[in-house]
Design a protein around this ligand. Sequence first.
Ligand code: ADE
Length: 286
Amino acid sequence: MVSSFELKKESNLSKLKFLNKIEKPYFRVFVQALNKMIRFDILSLFPGMFESPFDYSLLKKAREKGLVEINLHDIRSFAGDKHRTCDDYPYGGGGGMVMKVEPVARALDFIATGRTETEIVLLTPQGETFNQKIAEDLSRFSEIILICGHYEGVDERIRENLADREISIGDYVLTGGELPAMIVVDAVSRLIPGVLSNRESVLFDSFSTGFLEYPHYTRPREYRGWGVPDVLLSGNHKEIDEWRRRGALKRTLMKRPDLLKKAELSDKDRAELKELKITCVKECDE
Ligand code: ADE
């Protein structure tokens, strides 16, 4: 028999395939705007860790406005014994403990039964590395369940049968999936329309555009002898836009040249890049 999890996985997959065909950030934001609010359910052995990070700044406001809902679930409440055991020794021996499958499965039965639009994410160092594109993909779901892995690892059956995808926040190992879950909630929530006051800032985010952001300045005009580029004070918006585009190209070329391979470049961008490369080589030779 096909389980409700499998049916849900198929429906989520076809939805993502359709949305991923939308290449242009403008259209993606438009489609995303259909998603009015997002609900996160976080399964953790340490739900207390989440109490304050979501109580500040934009996430606090987003929750107050009802744009983002965050529910915490203690995996231990779903353990079957009086000691609320959630880990056990690995079959086959070896060091470390393994997170048990039953408490997680029971928690998911409790939270996700009957829901068809939920994406279930396991946070683990073995997952695909989190990036802006994945954050955008996730922001199109109205419900996301985050399972925070712990101990030496999780029972493989959680990965194989319960999670839709696995996410790692980078090539380093943390004590658990709680901090990664916070990062995912933050990055995804700010993409929900209304969470940021200015939609422009999502459109022109580093990574959404394919480039790093251009340099920003604010008052004072001079501090300790450090000035602000004249062009930004000129009031000439065409020149300012050109300076910013060039700044974004230069910064990306210097810090993350790999991003340029995928970025959408105009002929003018290509010419600028050529010039920037020549200047960089000259500067290095001097
Ligand atoms: N759990 C431990 N380390 C992790 C990582 N780098 N990403 C996601 N979950 C983790």
